[in-house]
Design a protein around this ligand. Structure first.
Ligand code: PDD
Length: 286
């Protein structure tokens, strides 16, 4: 399927992507006043769609946007945008903004939210990335204090990704003032420390990733010990690192700030978790 045949959904209409536009006074454009979701789909089956839609509703609630549709209606729209762009591995993007109005920080009247959906190819990691794992850098967290909201205000994350790109690595991990690893610009982060899968607990400093949740559930149900606690890269007993997201499933991270993790090669826990997550994507009922 060629790029120019993509169909988008904008405020009630399915349109060719190149004709799919929103108003210049949309508050998403002017203030980043909106929220979003990214949902993965393999051969027409969505991974944890309900959890994504629940998180969209809580993101809306957190910034006082009334969800534009009921959950079943939104689920039907997600399925329809996919059906019009039916890639074997797809990612559906949903964005909800407060709507369009003359620019004023506080909107004078309640607005009709702007809703946009697209469905595109879900990127796959390169063979080299799968063999060598990802590389990352760390930086002090410069983001705002509500990272649990899946906001479209992603400037700090863009800057982090630019730094990663300039350093020739895949991701920037944010550190708190004590050196704890919080999450990446668009990913959650885990370590294996003394054979325990460790990740930062859910709070205002991390997004409650749907894949993070799946990883923790799969680990627990398969007998991997799990601990949600603050952790640092210099802890003795740290043998692996990995990241998770809808677009990456699980990927081992084998080089951080030039330091080799796990001898610089993907190791057992990350590879096992990746296999379990991919299996869950391919047959979600199992
Ligand atoms: N990013 N943390 C941050 C800051 C994120 O932006 C994301 C997702 C995650 C992982 O969440 P999930 O497992 O629900 O995808 C964690 C999406 C994929 C994006 O911005 O494209």
């Amino acid at each position: 399927m060629q790029k120019n045949t993509l169909t988008a959904w904008v405020n009630g209409s399915f349109l060719p992507l190149e004709l799919a536009v929103v108003h210049i006074e949309d508050r998403g454009f002017q203030f980043a006043d909106g929220v979003y979701e990214v949902v993965a789909c393999v051969d027409g089956v969505f991974l944890d769609l309900d959890a994504h839609l629940a998180r969209l509703e809580s993101s809306c609630a957190a910034i006082a946007i009334v969800p534009p549709f009921t959950r079943p209606k939104m689920a039907a729209l997600v399925k329809e945008i996919y059906d019009r762009n039916p890639f074997s591995r797809a990612m559906v993007y949903i964005q909800v903004t407060r709507g369009a109005a003359p620019r004023a920080h506080y909107p004078a009247t309640p607005l009709t939210p702007t809703v946009v959906l697209t469905s595109r190819v879900l990127p796959q990691p390169s063979t080299a990335s799968l063999e060598q794992g990802y590389a990352a850098i760390t930086r002090p967290d410069i983001r705002w204090k509500h990272c649990e909201i899946k906001s479209i205000a992603l400037l700090a994350s863009i800057m982090g990704k630019q730094e990663a790109h300039n350093a020739g690595v895949d991701e920037t991990f944010w550190l708190d003032q004590h050196g704890h690893v919080l999450e990446g610009c668009s990913t959650n982060v885990f370590a294996v420390i003394d054979d325990v899968l460790v990740t930062h607990p859910l709070d205002h400093q991390v997004l409650g990733g749907i894949t993070r949740d799946l990883v923790l559930r799969l680990a627990c149900s398969n007998g991997v010990m799990v601990s949600e606690r603050p952790w640092r890269l210099d802890e003795t007993g740290l043998t692996e690192c990995m990241l998770s997201s809808t677009t990456n499933a699980v990927m081992p991270v084998c080089r951080i700030d030039q330091r080799l993790i796990a001898g610089g090669k993907p190791h057992a826990v990350a590879l096992q978790l990746r296999a379990w997550v991919i299996a869950a994507m391919e047959s979600p009922a199992s």
